[in-house]
Design a protein around this ligand. Sequence first.
Ligand SMILES: Nc1ncnc2c1ncn2[C@@H]1O[C@H](COP(=O)(O)OP(=O)(O)O)[C@@H](O)[C@H]1O
Ligand SMILES: [Mg+2]
Length: 374
Amino acid sequence: MSSLASDADEGREIARPTRSQRDPEWLRERLNAWIKTRAGDDAEVTEVVLPSANGMSSETLLAEALIDGAPQSLVVRVAPVAESDPVFPSYDLDGQYRLIEHVAATTDVPLPRLWWSEPDPAPLGAPFFVMSRVDGRVPPDVMPYTFSSWVTEATPDERAEMARRSVEVLTRIHAAPIEGSGVEPPREGETPLQAHLRRLRDFYEWASRDGVSSPLIERGFAWAEEHRPAETETVLCWGDSRIGNIIYDGFTPAAVLDWEMATVGPRELDIAWMIFIHRFFQDITELAGLDGLPDFLTRDQVATDYLAASGHQPHNLDYFTLYSALIHAVVMYRIQTRAIHFGQAEAPADPDDMIMHRKTLEAMLAGTYWGSIK
Ligand SMILES: Nc1ncnc2c1ncn2[C@@H]1O[C@H](COP(=O)(O)OP(=O)(O)O)[C@@H](O)[C@H]1O
Ligand SMILES: [Mg+2]
Protein backbone atom coordinates (compact mmCIF):
# COMPACT_ATOMS: atom_id res chain seq x y z
CA MET A 1 0.00 0.00 0.00
CA SER A 2 1.14 3.47 -0.64
CA SER A 3 1.45 5.53 2.47
CA LEU A 4 3.43 8.40 3.83
CA ALA A 5 6.19 8.50 6.33
CA SER A 6 4.46 9.26 9.57
CA ASP A 7 1.49 7.05 8.80
CA ALA A 8 3.69 4.14 7.89
CA ASP A 9 5.80 4.45 10.99
CA GLU A 10 2.78 4.72 13.23
CA GLY A 11 1.24 1.71 11.53
CA ARG A 12 4.34 -0.30 12.24
CA GLU A 13 4.33 0.66 15.90
CA ILE A 14 0.87 -0.73 16.39
CA ALA A 15 1.28 -3.63 14.05
CA ARG A 16 3.72 -5.23 16.47
CA PRO A 17 1.65 -5.64 19.61
CA THR A 18 4.17 -7.28 21.87
CA ARG A 19 7.78 -6.54 22.65
CA SER A 20 8.75 -10.02 21.62
CA GLN A 21 7.53 -9.55 18.07
CA ARG A 22 9.79 -6.53 17.75
CA ASP A 23 12.71 -8.46 19.09
CA PRO A 24 14.94 -9.85 16.33
CA GLU A 25 16.40 -12.53 18.59
CA TRP A 26 12.94 -13.78 19.60
CA LEU A 27 11.98 -13.87 15.93
CA ARG A 28 15.22 -15.64 14.99
CA GLU A 29 14.63 -18.38 17.56
CA ARG A 30 11.07 -18.91 16.38
CA LEU A 31 12.03 -18.96 12.71
CA ASN A 32 14.99 -21.19 13.43
CA ALA A 33 12.73 -23.79 15.07
CA TRP A 34 10.24 -23.49 12.24
CA ILE A 35 12.64 -23.73 9.30
CA LYS A 36 13.79 -27.16 10.52
CA THR A 37 10.23 -28.41 10.03
CA ARG A 38 10.44 -27.32 6.37
CA ALA A 39 14.04 -27.75 5.35
CA GLY A 40 15.36 -30.40 7.74
CA ASP A 41 17.24 -30.40 11.03
CA ASP A 42 20.44 -28.95 9.65
CA ALA A 43 18.65 -25.85 8.33
CA GLU A 44 19.30 -22.78 10.43
CA VAL A 45 18.24 -19.14 10.69
CA THR A 46 21.34 -17.26 11.73
CA GLU A 47 20.12 -13.67 11.82
CA VAL A 48 16.90 -11.61 11.68
CA VAL A 49 16.75 -7.87 11.00
CA LEU A 50 13.69 -5.60 11.05
CA PRO A 51 14.13 -3.07 8.26
CA SER A 52 12.40 0.23 7.90
CA ALA A 53 11.00 0.15 4.41
CA ASN A 54 8.21 1.17 2.08
CA GLY A 55 4.66 0.21 2.91
CA MET A 56 2.73 -0.57 6.05
CA SER A 57 0.14 -3.23 5.51
CA SER A 58 2.29 -6.16 6.54
CA GLU A 59 5.60 -6.77 8.22
CA THR A 60 8.77 -7.48 6.34
CA LEU A 61 11.66 -9.24 8.10
CA LEU A 62 15.07 -9.91 6.65
CA ALA A 63 16.70 -13.20 7.58
CA GLU A 64 19.95 -15.00 6.90
CA ALA A 65 19.69 -18.76 6.77
CA LEU A 66 21.56 -21.92 5.94
CA ILE A 67 19.50 -24.28 3.79
CA ASP A 68 21.03 -27.54 2.54
CA GLY A 69 24.37 -26.14 3.63
CA ALA A 70 24.09 -23.02 1.44
CA PRO A 71 23.69 -19.49 2.81
CA GLN A 72 20.41 -17.86 1.74
CA SER A 73 19.26 -14.28 2.19
CA LEU A 74 15.54 -14.42 2.86
CA VAL A 75 12.65 -12.02 3.24
CA VAL A 76 9.80 -13.04 5.51
CA ARG A 77 6.49 -11.32 4.87
CA VAL A 78 4.29 -11.54 7.97
CA ALA A 79 0.55 -10.81 8.02
CA PRO A 80 -0.63 -8.06 10.36
CA VAL A 81 -1.96 -9.41 13.66
CA ALA A 82 -5.67 -8.95 14.33
CA GLU A 83 -5.08 -7.12 17.65
CA SER A 84 -3.35 -4.32 15.76
CA ASP A 85 -6.66 -3.28 14.13
CA PRO A 86 -5.10 -3.72 10.68
CA VAL A 87 -5.71 -1.25 7.88
CA PHE A 88 -7.55 -3.93 5.90
CA PRO A 89 -10.28 -6.01 7.52
CA SER A 90 -9.04 -9.29 6.10
CA TYR A 91 -5.66 -10.40 4.90
CA ASP A 92 -5.04 -13.57 2.91
CA LEU A 93 -1.27 -13.94 2.86
CA ASP A 94 -1.37 -17.55 1.72
CA GLY A 95 -3.55 -16.41 -1.18
CA GLN A 96 -0.87 -13.83 -2.09
CA TYR A 97 1.75 -16.55 -2.03
CA ARG A 98 -0.31 -18.77 -4.34
CA LEU A 99 -0.95 -15.88 -6.69
CA ILE A 100 2.78 -15.11 -6.96
CA GLU A 101 3.37 -18.82 -7.59
CA HIS A 102 0.76 -18.72 -10.34
CA VAL A 103 2.24 -15.62 -12.00
CA ALA A 104 5.74 -17.13 -11.74
CA ALA A 105 4.54 -20.35 -13.36
CA THR A 106 2.61 -18.74 -16.21
CA THR A 107 4.57 -15.59 -17.17
CA ASP A 108 8.08 -14.17 -17.23
CA VAL A 109 7.24 -11.38 -14.77
CA PRO A 110 10.32 -10.91 -12.54
CA LEU A 111 9.44 -12.20 -9.07
CA PRO A 112 11.34 -13.23 -5.96
CA ARG A 113 11.99 -16.95 -5.64
CA LEU A 114 9.40 -18.38 -3.26
CA TRP A 115 10.32 -20.84 -0.49
CA TRP A 116 7.34 -21.59 1.74
CA SER A 117 4.00 -20.25 2.94
CA GLU A 118 2.99 -20.78 6.58
CA PRO A 119 -0.73 -20.11 7.07
CA ASP A 120 -0.59 -21.26 10.71
CA PRO A 121 -0.28 -18.23 13.05
CA ALA A 122 1.32 -20.35 15.79
CA PRO A 123 5.03 -20.15 14.83
CA LEU A 124 5.32 -16.34 14.57
CA GLY A 125 1.99 -15.05 15.89
CA ALA A 126 0.62 -14.47 12.36
CA PRO A 127 0.73 -16.23 8.99
CA PHE A 128 3.82 -15.54 6.91
CA PHE A 129 5.66 -16.56 3.78
CA VAL A 130 9.33 -16.82 2.91
CA MET A 131 10.99 -15.68 -0.31
CA SER A 132 14.53 -14.99 -1.48
CA ARG A 133 15.94 -11.52 -1.11
CA VAL A 134 16.36 -9.75 -4.43
CA ASP A 135 19.27 -7.34 -4.80
CA GLY A 136 18.52 -3.92 -6.16
CA ARG A 137 16.95 -0.61 -5.30
CA VAL A 138 13.39 0.57 -4.74
CA PRO A 139 12.13 4.13 -5.40
CA PRO A 140 11.57 5.40 -1.84
CA ASP A 141 8.19 6.57 -0.51
CA VAL A 142 9.81 8.31 2.45
CA MET A 143 10.88 10.92 1.43
CA PRO A 144 9.16 10.38 -1.90
CA TYR A 145 11.56 9.53 -4.75
CA THR A 146 10.39 12.75 -6.47
CA PHE A 147 12.19 14.88 -3.86
CA SER A 148 15.72 13.58 -4.09
CA SER A 149 16.66 10.00 -4.80
CA TRP A 150 18.42 7.73 -7.24
CA VAL A 151 15.43 8.36 -9.52
CA THR A 152 15.89 12.15 -9.58
CA GLU A 153 19.65 11.65 -9.97
CA ALA A 154 19.20 9.50 -13.06
CA THR A 155 19.31 11.02 -16.54
CA PRO A 156 16.06 11.65 -18.46
CA ASP A 157 16.94 8.76 -20.77
CA GLU A 158 17.49 6.40 -17.84
CA ARG A 159 14.14 7.41 -16.36
CA ALA A 160 12.42 6.94 -19.71
CA GLU A 161 13.88 3.45 -19.89
CA MET A 162 12.82 2.74 -16.30
CA ALA A 163 9.25 3.87 -17.08
CA ARG A 164 9.12 1.89 -20.32
CA ARG A 165 10.35 -1.30 -18.66
CA SER A 166 8.00 -0.86 -15.71
CA VAL A 167 5.01 -0.44 -18.02
CA GLU A 168 6.20 -3.47 -19.96
CA VAL A 169 6.03 -5.50 -16.74
CA LEU A 170 2.37 -4.52 -16.45
CA THR A 171 1.71 -5.93 -19.92
CA ARG A 172 3.32 -9.22 -18.87
CA ILE A 173 1.18 -9.42 -15.74
CA HIS A 174 -1.90 -8.69 -17.82
CA ALA A 175 -1.09 -11.64 -20.06
CA ALA A 176 -1.29 -14.10 -17.13
CA PRO A 177 -4.22 -16.50 -17.13
CA ILE A 178 -6.95 -15.51 -14.67
CA GLU A 179 -7.82 -19.14 -14.13
CA GLY A 180 -5.70 -20.55 -11.37
CA SER A 181 -4.87 -17.12 -9.93
CA GLY A 182 -7.21 -17.61 -6.98
CA VAL A 183 -8.32 -13.98 -7.22
CA GLU A 184 -11.91 -13.41 -6.11
CA PRO A 185 -14.22 -13.25 -9.16
CA PRO A 186 -17.07 -10.73 -9.55
CA ARG A 187 -20.52 -11.79 -8.46
CA GLU A 188 -23.05 -13.09 -10.94
CA GLY A 189 -24.29 -10.18 -13.06
CA GLU A 190 -21.49 -7.80 -12.04
CA THR A 191 -18.72 -6.56 -14.29
CA PRO A 192 -15.26 -6.73 -12.70
CA LEU A 193 -15.23 -2.94 -12.36
CA GLN A 194 -18.62 -3.00 -10.63
CA ALA A 195 -17.24 -5.65 -8.28
CA HIS A 196 -14.19 -3.48 -7.60
CA LEU A 197 -16.38 -0.48 -6.83
CA ARG A 198 -18.59 -2.55 -4.56
CA ARG A 199 -15.60 -3.84 -2.59
CA LEU A 200 -14.13 -0.34 -2.34
CA ARG A 201 -17.45 1.00 -1.08
CA ASP A 202 -17.75 -1.84 1.44
CA PHE A 203 -14.25 -1.01 2.66
CA TYR A 204 -15.14 2.69 2.96
CA GLU A 205 -18.32 1.88 4.83
CA TRP A 206 -16.45 -0.38 7.19
CA ALA A 207 -13.79 2.32 7.70
CA SER A 208 -16.43 4.98 8.42
CA ARG A 209 -18.54 2.79 10.73
CA ASP A 210 -17.70 5.04 13.69
CA GLY A 211 -19.80 7.81 12.20
CA VAL A 212 -17.42 10.29 10.55
CA SER A 213 -17.69 10.31 6.80
CA SER A 214 -16.03 12.16 3.94
CA PRO A 215 -18.27 14.17 1.61
CA LEU A 216 -15.46 14.25 -0.96
CA ILE A 217 -15.16 10.45 -1.02
CA GLU A 218 -18.91 10.13 -1.32
CA ARG A 219 -18.89 12.55 -4.23
CA GLY A 220 -16.11 10.45 -5.75
CA PHE A 221 -18.18 7.28 -5.46
CA ALA A 222 -21.21 8.94 -7.04
CA TRP A 223 -19.04 10.16 -9.94
CA ALA A 224 -17.35 6.77 -10.36
CA GLU A 225 -20.70 4.98 -10.51
CA GLU A 226 -22.21 7.49 -12.88
CA HIS A 227 -19.32 7.55 -15.33
CA ARG A 228 -18.35 3.90 -15.11
CA PRO A 229 -17.29 2.79 -18.60
CA ALA A 230 -18.76 -0.30 -20.19
CA GLU A 231 -16.03 -2.91 -20.09
CA THR A 232 -14.91 -5.16 -22.84
CA GLU A 233 -11.86 -6.78 -21.40
CA THR A 234 -10.77 -8.32 -18.14
CA VAL A 235 -7.24 -9.24 -17.12
CA LEU A 236 -5.36 -10.21 -14.01
CA CYS A 237 -4.36 -6.91 -12.38
CA TRP A 238 -1.47 -6.57 -9.94
CA GLY A 239 -3.43 -3.94 -7.98
CA ASP A 240 -0.67 -2.00 -6.23
CA SER A 241 1.09 -1.31 -9.52
CA ARG A 242 3.46 1.45 -8.53
CA ILE A 243 7.17 1.79 -9.05
CA GLY A 244 7.62 1.87 -5.25
CA ASN A 245 6.69 -1.83 -5.32
CA ILE A 246 9.37 -2.77 -7.84
CA ILE A 247 12.98 -3.68 -7.06
CA TYR A 248 15.22 -2.39 -9.86
CA ASP A 249 18.54 -3.69 -11.06
CA GLY A 250 19.84 -0.46 -12.56
CA PHE A 251 16.68 0.70 -14.32
CA THR A 252 15.33 -2.77 -15.10
CA PRO A 253 12.66 -4.38 -12.90
CA ALA A 254 14.18 -7.29 -11.01
CA ALA A 255 11.18 -8.16 -8.81
CA VAL A 256 7.55 -7.15 -8.52
CA LEU A 257 6.32 -7.02 -4.90
CA ASP A 258 3.10 -6.52 -2.98
CA TRP A 259 0.23 -8.51 -4.46
CA GLU A 260 -2.38 -7.84 -1.77
CA MET A 261 -4.51 -5.56 -3.99
CA ALA A 262 -4.51 -8.01 -6.93
CA THR A 263 -7.83 -8.26 -8.70
CA VAL A 264 -9.43 -9.05 -12.02
CA GLY A 265 -10.52 -6.05 -14.01
CA PRO A 266 -9.73 -3.77 -16.90
CA ARG A 267 -5.99 -3.34 -17.54
CA GLU A 268 -6.47 0.40 -16.99
CA LEU A 269 -6.77 -0.22 -13.23
CA ASP A 270 -3.03 -0.97 -13.13
CA ILE A 271 -2.03 1.52 -15.81
CA ALA A 272 -3.84 4.40 -14.11
CA TRP A 273 -2.59 3.48 -10.63
CA MET A 274 0.99 3.67 -11.89
CA ILE A 275 0.30 7.11 -13.37
CA PHE A 276 -1.68 8.40 -10.40
CA ILE A 277 0.72 7.39 -7.63
CA HIS A 278 3.48 9.22 -9.47
CA ARG A 279 1.20 12.27 -9.75
CA PHE A 280 0.43 11.98 -6.04
CA PHE A 281 4.13 12.21 -5.16
CA GLN A 282 4.73 14.84 -7.83
CA ASP A 283 1.93 17.07 -6.50
CA ILE A 284 3.35 16.85 -2.96
CA THR A 285 6.77 17.72 -4.31
CA GLU A 286 5.49 20.78 -6.17
CA LEU A 287 3.60 21.90 -3.06
CA ALA A 288 6.96 21.79 -1.28
CA GLY A 289 8.29 24.19 -3.91
CA LEU A 290 10.45 21.65 -5.74
CA ASP A 291 10.42 20.62 -9.39
CA GLY A 292 10.13 16.89 -8.87
CA LEU A 293 9.77 14.81 -12.01
CA PRO A 294 6.97 16.35 -14.08
CA ASP A 295 8.05 14.53 -17.27
CA PHE A 296 8.24 11.07 -15.71
CA LEU A 297 5.45 8.47 -16.06
CA THR A 298 3.18 10.95 -17.81
CA ARG A 299 -0.25 9.77 -18.82
CA ASP A 300 0.49 9.95 -22.54
CA GLN A 301 3.90 8.31 -22.29
CA VAL A 302 2.61 5.45 -20.15
CA ALA A 303 -0.22 4.88 -22.65
CA THR A 304 2.25 4.98 -25.56
CA ASP A 305 4.61 2.55 -23.83
CA TYR A 306 1.77 0.22 -22.94
CA LEU A 307 0.49 0.18 -26.52
CA ALA A 308 3.97 -0.43 -27.90
CA ALA A 309 4.60 -3.34 -25.52
CA SER A 310 1.22 -5.04 -25.82
CA GLY A 311 -0.71 -3.84 -28.85
CA HIS A 312 -3.47 -2.65 -26.52
CA GLN A 313 -4.43 1.02 -26.49
CA PRO A 314 -5.38 2.07 -22.94
CA HIS A 315 -8.83 3.68 -22.79
CA ASN A 316 -10.66 5.98 -20.36
CA LEU A 317 -7.59 7.13 -18.49
CA ASP A 318 -9.45 10.22 -17.23
CA TYR A 319 -11.86 7.86 -15.55
CA PHE A 320 -9.30 5.44 -14.20
CA THR A 321 -6.90 8.07 -12.88
CA LEU A 322 -9.79 9.65 -10.98
CA TYR A 323 -10.79 6.22 -9.78
CA SER A 324 -7.21 5.69 -8.60
CA ALA A 325 -7.37 8.98 -6.69
CA LEU A 326 -10.59 7.73 -5.10
CA ILE A 327 -9.05 4.39 -4.10
CA HIS A 328 -6.12 6.26 -2.58
CA ALA A 329 -8.48 8.64 -0.79
CA VAL A 330 -10.37 5.74 0.79
CA VAL A 331 -7.15 4.08 1.95
CA MET A 332 -5.80 7.38 3.36
CA TYR A 333 -9.09 8.02 5.08
CA ARG A 334 -8.90 4.58 6.70
CA ILE A 335 -5.28 5.14 7.75
CA GLN A 336 -6.15 8.54 9.24
CA THR A 337 -9.31 7.44 11.06
CA ARG A 338 -7.26 4.57 12.49
CA ALA A 339 -4.51 6.96 13.62
CA ILE A 340 -7.13 9.23 15.23
CA HIS A 341 -8.65 6.20 16.94
CA PHE A 342 -5.24 5.34 18.41
CA GLY A 343 -4.70 8.93 19.54
CA GLN A 344 -1.83 9.41 17.10
CA ALA A 345 -3.53 12.11 15.06
CA GLU A 346 -6.18 14.72 15.76
CA ALA A 347 -9.48 14.66 13.94
CA PRO A 348 -9.56 17.65 11.56
CA ALA A 349 -12.60 19.94 11.61
CA ASP A 350 -13.25 19.02 7.99
CA PRO A 351 -13.07 15.23 7.50
CA ASP A 352 -11.98 15.73 3.87
CA ASP A 353 -8.70 17.09 5.26
CA MET A 354 -7.83 13.50 6.14
CA ILE A 355 -7.21 13.06 2.42
CA MET A 356 -3.80 14.50 1.70
CA HIS A 357 -4.52 14.79 -2.03
CA ARG A 358 -7.98 16.28 -1.62
CA LYS A 359 -7.16 19.14 -4.00
CA THR A 360 -6.13 16.65 -6.68
CA LEU A 361 -9.33 14.65 -6.31
CA GLU A 362 -11.45 17.82 -6.21
CA ALA A 363 -9.79 19.14 -9.37
CA MET A 364 -10.26 15.78 -11.10
CA LEU A 365 -13.96 15.83 -10.19
CA ALA A 366 -14.21 19.40 -11.50
CA GLY A 367 -12.48 18.34 -14.72
CA THR A 368 -9.66 20.84 -14.23
CA TYR A 369 -6.81 18.64 -12.98
CA TRP A 370 -5.18 17.63 -16.25
CA GLY A 371 -5.39 21.09 -17.81
CA SER A 372 -1.77 22.08 -17.27
CA ILE A 373 -0.36 18.59 -16.66
CA LYS A 374 1.07 16.22 -19.23
N1 LIG B 1 12.00 -10.31 -1.92
C1 LIG B 1 12.52 -9.14 -1.51
N2 LIG B 1 13.82 -8.85 -1.72
C2 LIG B 1 14.35 -7.71 -1.29
N3 LIG B 1 13.66 -6.76 -0.64
C3 LIG B 1 12.36 -6.98 -0.40
C4 LIG B 1 11.72 -8.17 -0.82
N4 LIG B 1 10.42 -8.11 -0.43
C5 LIG B 1 10.27 -6.93 0.19
N5 LIG B 1 11.43 -6.25 0.22
C6 LIG B 1 11.68 -4.93 0.84
O1 LIG B 1 10.64 -4.65 1.73
C7 LIG B 1 9.92 -3.49 1.32
C8 LIG B 1 8.43 -3.65 1.56
O2 LIG B 1 7.96 -4.75 0.81
P1 LIG B 1 6.53 -4.79 0.13
O3 LIG B 1 6.35 -6.17 -0.42
O4 LIG B 1 6.39 -3.65 -0.82
O5 LIG B 1 5.59 -4.66 1.40
P2 LIG B 1 4.60 -3.55 1.98
O6 LIG B 1 3.26 -4.19 2.00
O7 LIG B 1 5.14 -3.31 3.35
O8 LIG B 1 4.67 -2.36 1.07
C9 LIG B 1 10.27 -3.29 -0.15
O9 LIG B 1 10.22 -1.94 -0.52
C10 LIG B 1 11.68 -3.83 -0.20
O10 LIG B 1 12.60 -2.83 0.22
MG1 LIG C 1 5.01 -2.10 -0.85
